[in-house]
Design a protein around this ligand. Sequence first.
Ligand SMILES: Cc1ncc(COP(=O)(O)O)c(C=O)c1O
Length: 388
Amino acid sequence: MTMSRQRSSATLAVHAGTLENPVGGMNSPLYADSAYRYLDAAEVPYPRYTNTPNQQAVAAKIAALEHAECGLMFASGLAAVHCVLQAHLQPGDELVVAEGIYGGSDDLFSSCMPRLGIAVKRIAADADALLAACSERSRAIYLESPTNPRLRIVDLRKLCRQAAQQGVLVIIDNTFATPILQNPIDLGADLVIHSATKYLGGHSDLIAGAVVGSAALLKPVRALAVRMGATMNAQDAWWLERSMKTLAVRVRQQAANAMAIADMLAQHPAVAEVDYPGLASHPGHAIAAAQMQAFGAMLGLRVKPPLTADMVERRLQLIASAVSLGGVETTICQPLLTSHARVESPRCVAEGVDEYLLRLSVGIEDAADLIADLQQALHYNTSEHGNG
Ligand SMILES: Cc1ncc(COP(=O)(O)O)c(C=O)c1O
Protein backbone atom coordinates (compact mmCIF):
# COMPACT_ATOMS: atom_id res chain seq x y z
CA MET A 1 0.00 0.00 0.00
CA THR A 2 1.41 3.40 -0.89
CA MET A 3 1.16 6.14 1.70
CA SER A 4 0.46 9.65 0.50
CA ARG A 5 2.80 12.00 2.30
CA GLN A 6 2.68 15.79 2.61
CA ARG A 7 5.90 17.07 1.05
CA SER A 8 8.12 19.27 3.19
CA SER A 9 8.50 22.99 2.65
CA ALA A 10 12.04 22.67 1.26
CA THR A 11 10.74 20.32 -1.45
CA LEU A 12 7.67 22.43 -2.18
CA ALA A 13 9.82 25.56 -2.48
CA VAL A 14 11.75 23.89 -5.30
CA HIS A 15 9.00 22.01 -7.11
CA ALA A 16 5.46 23.27 -6.35
CA GLY A 17 3.75 25.17 -9.14
CA THR A 18 6.44 24.59 -11.78
CA LEU A 19 4.91 24.70 -15.27
CA GLU A 20 5.53 21.92 -17.74
CA ASN A 21 8.52 22.76 -19.90
CA PRO A 22 8.00 21.52 -23.48
CA VAL A 23 11.74 21.32 -24.21
CA GLY A 24 12.61 19.45 -21.01
CA GLY A 25 14.12 22.36 -19.10
CA MET A 26 14.02 22.42 -15.29
CA ASN A 27 12.26 25.77 -15.01
CA SER A 28 8.82 27.07 -15.89
CA PRO A 29 8.91 28.66 -19.34
CA LEU A 30 8.46 32.44 -19.27
CA TYR A 31 5.27 33.48 -21.05
CA ALA A 32 5.65 37.25 -21.39
CA ASP A 33 2.46 37.62 -23.47
CA SER A 34 -0.18 40.18 -22.62
CA ALA A 35 -2.50 39.07 -25.46
CA TYR A 36 -3.87 35.53 -25.85
CA ARG A 37 -6.15 33.90 -28.45
CA TYR A 38 -9.71 33.78 -27.18
CA LEU A 39 -11.73 31.70 -29.68
CA ASP A 40 -12.59 28.39 -27.99
CA ALA A 41 -10.70 29.34 -24.77
CA ALA A 42 -12.61 28.50 -21.57
CA GLU A 43 -10.94 31.44 -19.80
CA VAL A 44 -8.77 33.89 -21.70
CA PRO A 45 -5.50 34.66 -19.94
CA TYR A 46 -4.86 38.36 -19.44
CA PRO A 47 -2.35 39.78 -16.93
CA ARG A 48 -4.83 42.01 -15.10
CA TYR A 49 -7.13 39.01 -14.64
CA THR A 50 -4.22 37.43 -12.68
CA ASN A 51 -4.60 34.23 -14.71
CA THR A 52 -1.51 34.14 -16.95
CA PRO A 53 0.73 31.07 -16.63
CA ASN A 54 3.63 32.62 -14.69
CA GLN A 55 1.33 34.45 -12.28
CA GLN A 56 -0.49 31.19 -11.63
CA ALA A 57 2.72 29.17 -11.25
CA VAL A 58 4.13 31.37 -8.51
CA ALA A 59 0.74 31.73 -6.80
CA ALA A 60 0.50 27.92 -6.72
CA LYS A 61 3.98 27.66 -5.16
CA ILE A 62 3.12 30.14 -2.38
CA ALA A 63 -0.26 28.48 -1.76
CA ALA A 64 1.42 25.05 -1.51
CA LEU A 65 3.98 26.38 0.96
CA GLU A 66 1.24 28.00 3.06
CA HIS A 67 -0.99 24.87 2.91
CA ALA A 68 -3.72 27.01 1.33
CA GLU A 69 -6.24 26.08 -1.34
CA CYS A 70 -5.13 28.83 -3.74
CA GLY A 71 -3.31 32.13 -4.11
CA LEU A 72 -3.36 35.41 -5.98
CA MET A 73 -0.45 37.63 -6.99
CA PHE A 74 -0.20 41.44 -6.82
CA ALA A 75 2.22 44.14 -7.93
CA SER A 76 3.24 44.78 -4.29
CA GLY A 77 2.58 43.61 -0.77
CA LEU A 78 0.62 46.74 0.02
CA ALA A 79 -1.60 46.23 -3.05
CA ALA A 80 -2.45 42.79 -1.65
CA VAL A 81 -3.28 44.25 1.79
CA HIS A 82 -5.44 46.97 0.25
CA CYS A 83 -7.35 44.66 -2.07
CA VAL A 84 -8.00 41.98 0.57
CA LEU A 85 -9.43 44.47 3.04
CA GLN A 86 -11.48 46.38 0.53
CA ALA A 87 -12.88 43.13 -0.85
CA HIS A 88 -13.92 41.77 2.55
CA LEU A 89 -15.08 44.85 4.44
CA GLN A 90 -18.11 46.97 3.70
CA PRO A 91 -19.06 50.50 4.80
CA GLY A 92 -20.17 50.27 8.44
CA ASP A 93 -17.82 47.37 9.24
CA GLU A 94 -15.05 47.57 11.79
CA LEU A 95 -11.47 46.34 11.37
CA VAL A 96 -9.59 45.35 14.51
CA VAL A 97 -5.87 45.90 13.93
CA ALA A 98 -3.01 44.71 16.13
CA GLU A 99 -0.64 47.52 17.12
CA GLY A 100 2.92 47.31 15.87
CA ILE A 101 2.39 46.41 12.25
CA TYR A 102 4.33 47.64 9.21
CA GLY A 103 3.99 51.44 9.04
CA GLY A 104 2.82 51.41 5.41
CA SER A 105 -0.11 49.11 6.25
CA ASP A 106 -0.86 51.25 9.29
CA ASP A 107 -0.86 54.38 7.12
CA LEU A 108 -3.16 52.67 4.60
CA PHE A 109 -5.62 51.89 7.39
CA SER A 110 -5.50 55.49 8.71
CA SER A 111 -5.87 57.13 5.32
CA CYS A 112 -8.10 54.85 3.22
CA MET A 113 -10.33 52.78 5.51
CA PRO A 114 -12.24 55.71 7.08
CA ARG A 115 -12.94 57.07 3.57
CA LEU A 116 -14.54 53.72 2.73
CA GLY A 117 -16.69 53.97 5.85
CA ILE A 118 -14.67 51.28 7.67
CA ALA A 119 -13.79 52.00 11.29
CA VAL A 120 -10.30 50.98 12.43
CA LYS A 121 -9.78 49.91 16.05
CA ARG A 122 -6.10 49.59 17.08
CA ILE A 123 -5.49 47.16 19.90
CA ALA A 124 -2.37 45.74 21.61
CA ALA A 125 -0.87 42.73 19.77
CA ASP A 126 -2.28 40.14 22.15
CA ALA A 127 -4.85 37.43 21.39
CA ASP A 128 -7.10 38.13 24.40
CA ALA A 129 -7.04 41.89 23.87
CA LEU A 130 -7.84 41.57 20.16
CA LEU A 131 -10.71 39.17 20.79
CA ALA A 132 -12.13 41.29 23.59
CA ALA A 133 -12.09 44.33 21.28
CA CYS A 134 -14.34 42.69 18.68
CA SER A 135 -17.87 44.05 18.55
CA GLU A 136 -20.88 43.04 16.46
CA ARG A 137 -19.57 45.32 13.72
CA SER A 138 -16.12 43.69 13.63
CA ARG A 139 -15.66 41.87 10.35
CA ALA A 140 -11.94 41.08 10.56
CA ILE A 141 -8.83 41.09 12.74
CA TYR A 142 -5.66 42.12 10.91
CA LEU A 143 -2.26 41.38 12.41
CA GLU A 144 1.38 40.42 12.03
CA SER A 145 3.20 37.93 14.28
CA PRO A 146 6.06 38.63 14.76
CA THR A 147 5.12 42.32 14.57
CA ASN A 148 7.15 44.99 12.80
CA PRO A 149 9.40 46.35 14.27
CA ARG A 150 9.24 45.15 17.92
CA LEU A 151 8.81 41.42 17.17
CA ARG A 152 5.85 40.87 19.47
CA ILE A 153 4.20 37.45 19.25
CA VAL A 154 0.46 36.78 19.15
CA ASP A 155 -0.96 33.35 20.06
CA LEU A 156 -2.38 32.52 16.64
CA ARG A 157 -4.09 29.25 17.59
CA LYS A 158 -6.05 30.89 20.36
CA LEU A 159 -6.86 33.97 18.29
CA CYS A 160 -8.05 32.04 15.24
CA ARG A 161 -10.11 29.48 17.18
CA GLN A 162 -12.06 32.10 19.11
CA ALA A 163 -12.36 34.54 16.20
CA ALA A 164 -13.95 31.75 14.13
CA GLN A 165 -16.48 31.18 16.93
CA GLN A 166 -17.26 34.91 16.87
CA GLY A 167 -17.58 34.92 13.06
CA VAL A 168 -14.63 37.29 12.62
CA LEU A 169 -12.08 36.74 9.82
CA VAL A 170 -8.39 36.56 10.76
CA ILE A 171 -6.10 38.10 8.16
CA ILE A 172 -2.39 37.79 8.87
CA ASP A 173 0.62 39.31 7.16
CA ASN A 174 3.15 36.45 7.36
CA THR A 175 6.00 38.36 5.68
CA PHE A 176 8.37 38.29 8.68
CA ALA A 177 7.95 34.59 9.48
CA THR A 178 7.75 33.24 5.90
CA PRO A 179 5.89 29.99 5.10
CA ILE A 180 9.06 28.08 5.97
CA LEU A 181 8.81 29.04 9.63
CA GLN A 182 5.09 29.59 10.22
CA ASN A 183 1.90 28.42 8.51
CA PRO A 184 -1.01 30.51 9.83
CA ILE A 185 -3.61 28.56 7.80
CA ASP A 186 -2.72 25.44 9.83
CA LEU A 187 -3.28 27.52 12.97
CA GLY A 188 -6.74 28.58 11.76
CA ALA A 189 -6.13 31.88 9.91
CA ASP A 190 -8.47 32.71 7.03
CA LEU A 191 -6.25 34.72 4.71
CA VAL A 192 -2.46 35.04 4.65
CA ILE A 193 -0.69 37.95 2.97
CA HIS A 194 2.95 38.32 1.93
CA SER A 195 5.09 41.16 0.76
CA ALA A 196 6.93 38.89 -1.68
CA THR A 197 9.38 41.77 -2.09
CA LYS A 198 10.99 40.50 1.12
CA TYR A 199 11.97 36.89 1.92
CA LEU A 200 10.08 35.21 -0.92
CA GLY A 201 12.02 37.27 -3.48
CA GLY A 202 15.02 37.28 -1.17
CA HIS A 203 17.48 39.17 -3.38
CA SER A 204 16.32 42.79 -3.04
CA ASP A 205 15.55 42.98 -6.75
CA LEU A 206 11.77 42.78 -7.23
CA ILE A 207 8.47 43.98 -5.76
CA ALA A 208 5.44 41.72 -5.44
CA GLY A 209 2.61 40.72 -3.15
CA ALA A 210 0.51 37.63 -2.58
CA VAL A 211 -2.58 36.47 -0.72
CA VAL A 212 -3.51 32.86 -0.09
CA GLY A 213 -6.57 31.20 1.42
CA SER A 214 -9.68 29.30 0.41
CA ALA A 215 -11.15 29.68 -3.09
CA ALA A 216 -14.32 31.11 -1.52
CA LEU A 217 -12.46 33.85 0.35
CA LEU A 218 -10.24 34.67 -2.63
CA LYS A 219 -13.17 35.03 -5.05
CA PRO A 220 -14.15 38.59 -4.04
CA VAL A 221 -10.46 39.53 -3.76
CA ARG A 222 -9.82 38.48 -7.33
CA ALA A 223 -12.95 40.26 -8.56
CA LEU A 224 -11.66 43.50 -7.04
CA ALA A 225 -8.05 42.87 -8.16
CA VAL A 226 -9.21 42.71 -11.77
CA ARG A 227 -10.81 46.16 -11.33
CA MET A 228 -7.98 47.63 -9.23
CA GLY A 229 -5.26 46.63 -11.67
CA ALA A 230 -2.30 46.34 -9.26
CA THR A 231 -1.07 43.48 -11.41
CA MET A 232 2.17 41.53 -11.27
CA ASN A 233 3.88 41.17 -14.63
CA ALA A 234 5.07 37.85 -16.05
CA GLN A 235 8.79 38.62 -15.79
CA ASP A 236 8.57 39.41 -12.07
CA ALA A 237 6.44 36.31 -11.51
CA TRP A 238 9.10 34.20 -13.23
CA TRP A 239 11.93 35.78 -11.19
CA LEU A 240 9.99 35.30 -7.99
CA GLU A 241 9.29 31.65 -8.75
CA ARG A 242 12.98 31.08 -9.48
CA SER A 243 14.09 32.92 -6.32
CA MET A 244 11.71 30.93 -4.15
CA LYS A 245 13.43 27.66 -4.99
CA THR A 246 16.09 28.57 -2.42
CA LEU A 247 13.64 29.97 0.15
CA ALA A 248 14.00 27.19 2.71
CA VAL A 249 17.82 27.14 2.75
CA ARG A 250 18.01 30.93 2.81
CA VAL A 251 15.50 31.40 5.63
CA ARG A 252 16.92 28.64 7.82
CA GLN A 253 20.43 30.08 7.52
CA GLN A 254 19.12 33.59 8.15
CA ALA A 255 17.28 32.44 11.29
CA ALA A 256 20.39 30.61 12.59
CA ASN A 257 22.49 33.75 12.02
CA ALA A 258 19.86 35.89 13.75
CA MET A 259 19.91 33.61 16.80
CA ALA A 260 23.72 33.92 17.07
CA ILE A 261 23.53 37.71 16.70
CA ALA A 262 20.72 38.00 19.25
CA ASP A 263 22.78 35.99 21.77
CA MET A 264 25.73 38.35 21.26
CA LEU A 265 23.61 41.52 21.46
CA ALA A 266 21.82 40.33 24.61
CA GLN A 267 25.21 40.30 26.41
CA HIS A 268 26.54 43.54 24.92
CA PRO A 269 27.02 46.45 27.37
CA ALA A 270 26.02 49.09 24.77
CA VAL A 271 22.66 47.41 24.09
CA ALA A 272 19.68 48.16 26.34
CA GLU A 273 17.16 45.76 24.78
CA VAL A 274 17.05 43.04 22.14
CA ASP A 275 13.72 42.12 20.54
CA TYR A 276 14.12 38.58 19.26
CA PRO A 277 11.55 35.84 19.99
CA GLY A 278 14.29 33.20 20.03
CA LEU A 279 15.70 34.60 23.28
CA ALA A 280 14.28 32.84 26.36
CA SER A 281 13.86 36.31 27.93
CA HIS A 282 11.47 37.45 25.14
CA PRO A 283 7.88 37.63 26.47
CA GLY A 284 6.55 35.75 23.42
CA HIS A 285 9.24 33.05 23.40
CA ALA A 286 7.08 30.11 24.51
CA ILE A 287 4.25 30.94 22.09
CA ALA A 288 6.71 31.52 19.23
CA ALA A 289 8.32 28.13 19.99
CA ALA A 290 4.88 26.50 19.79
CA GLN A 291 3.79 28.09 16.50
CA MET A 292 7.03 28.70 14.55
CA GLN A 293 9.67 26.29 13.23
CA ALA A 294 12.41 28.80 14.12
CA PHE A 295 12.31 32.40 15.28
CA GLY A 296 12.94 34.27 12.04
CA ALA A 297 15.68 36.62 10.94
CA MET A 298 14.35 40.01 12.01
CA LEU A 299 15.46 41.53 15.27
CA GLY A 300 15.19 44.83 17.05
CA LEU A 301 17.85 46.40 19.22
CA ARG A 302 17.82 49.48 21.39
CA VAL A 303 21.19 51.09 22.02
CA LYS A 304 22.10 52.89 25.22
CA PRO A 305 22.86 56.61 25.20
CA PRO A 306 25.25 58.25 24.48
CA LEU A 307 25.13 55.92 21.44
CA THR A 308 22.26 56.54 19.04
CA ALA A 309 20.89 54.39 16.25
CA ASP A 310 22.30 56.83 13.70
CA MET A 311 25.83 56.59 15.17
CA VAL A 312 25.75 52.80 14.99
CA GLU A 313 24.44 52.79 11.41
CA ARG A 314 27.19 55.15 10.25
CA ARG A 315 29.93 53.00 11.78
CA LEU A 316 28.83 49.71 10.21
CA GLN A 317 31.11 48.57 7.41
CA LEU A 318 29.54 45.35 6.13
CA ILE A 319 25.90 45.83 7.10
CA ALA A 320 24.15 48.40 4.89
CA SER A 321 21.54 50.88 6.05
CA ALA A 322 18.66 50.16 3.73
CA VAL A 323 14.89 50.14 3.64
CA SER A 324 13.08 46.87 2.95
CA LEU A 325 14.19 43.53 4.42
CA GLY A 326 14.47 39.82 3.81
CA GLY A 327 17.34 39.86 1.31
CA VAL A 328 20.39 37.60 1.36
CA GLU A 329 22.43 40.60 2.51
CA THR A 330 22.11 41.84 6.09
CA THR A 331 20.57 45.31 6.30
CA ILE A 332 19.70 47.65 9.13
CA CYS A 333 17.34 50.58 9.48
CA GLN A 334 15.85 53.02 11.95
CA PRO A 335 12.10 52.30 11.85
CA LEU A 336 11.48 55.89 12.99
CA LEU A 337 12.92 57.20 9.70
CA THR A 338 11.84 54.37 7.38
CA SER A 339 9.05 51.83 7.91
CA HIS A 340 7.27 53.94 10.55
CA ALA A 341 7.95 57.45 9.20
CA ARG A 342 4.24 57.99 8.54
CA VAL A 343 2.94 56.65 11.85
CA GLU A 344 1.82 59.40 14.24
CA SER A 345 4.45 60.36 16.77
CA PRO A 346 2.59 59.44 20.01
CA ARG A 347 1.98 55.92 18.69
CA CYS A 348 5.68 55.58 17.76
CA VAL A 349 6.60 56.69 21.29
CA ALA A 350 4.19 54.12 22.77
CA GLU A 351 5.75 51.38 20.62
CA GLY A 352 9.29 52.45 21.58
CA VAL A 353 10.05 53.49 18.00
CA ASP A 354 12.59 56.25 18.61
CA GLU A 355 16.15 57.37 17.80
CA TYR A 356 17.67 54.50 19.80
CA LEU A 357 15.85 51.69 18.00
CA LEU A 358 17.37 49.75 15.11
CA ARG A 359 15.80 46.92 13.12
CA LEU A 360 18.11 44.31 11.69
CA SER A 361 17.25 42.05 8.76
CA VAL A 362 19.80 39.25 8.99
CA GLY A 363 21.13 37.76 5.77
CA ILE A 364 23.05 34.63 4.82
CA GLU A 365 26.60 35.94 5.29
CA ASP A 366 28.87 34.23 7.81
CA ALA A 367 27.49 34.99 11.28
CA ALA A 368 31.00 35.68 12.68
CA ASP A 369 31.54 38.45 10.11
CA LEU A 370 28.19 40.04 10.97
CA ILE A 371 28.91 39.83 14.70
CA ALA A 372 32.34 41.43 14.22
CA ASP A 373 30.81 44.30 12.25
CA LEU A 374 28.14 44.94 14.90
CA GLN A 375 30.69 44.73 17.73
CA GLN A 376 32.97 47.32 16.16
CA ALA A 377 30.00 49.63 15.48
CA LEU A 378 28.71 49.28 19.05
CA HIS A 379 32.09 49.83 20.65
CA TYR A 380 31.90 53.11 22.50
CA ASN A 381 35.13 54.60 23.73
CA THR A 382 34.24 57.30 26.27
CA SER A 383 37.62 59.08 26.13
CA GLU A 384 37.43 59.23 22.31
CA HIS A 385 34.12 61.10 22.59
CA GLY A 386 35.04 63.23 25.58
CA ASN A 387 32.02 61.99 27.46
CA GLY A 388 33.52 60.33 30.48
C1 LIG B 1 5.46 43.24 7.06
C2 LIG B 1 5.25 44.00 5.77
N1 LIG B 1 4.08 43.85 5.12
C3 LIG B 1 3.82 44.50 3.96
C4 LIG B 1 4.76 45.35 3.39
C5 LIG B 1 4.44 46.07 2.11
O1 LIG B 1 5.04 45.40 1.06
P1 LIG B 1 5.48 46.07 -0.33
O2 LIG B 1 6.57 47.04 -0.01
O3 LIG B 1 5.87 44.90 -1.15
O4 LIG B 1 4.27 46.78 -0.85
C6 LIG B 1 6.00 45.52 4.04
C7 LIG B 1 7.00 46.43 3.46
O5 LIG B 1 8.01 46.72 4.05
C8 LIG B 1 6.24 44.83 5.25
O6 LIG B 1 7.40 44.96 5.92
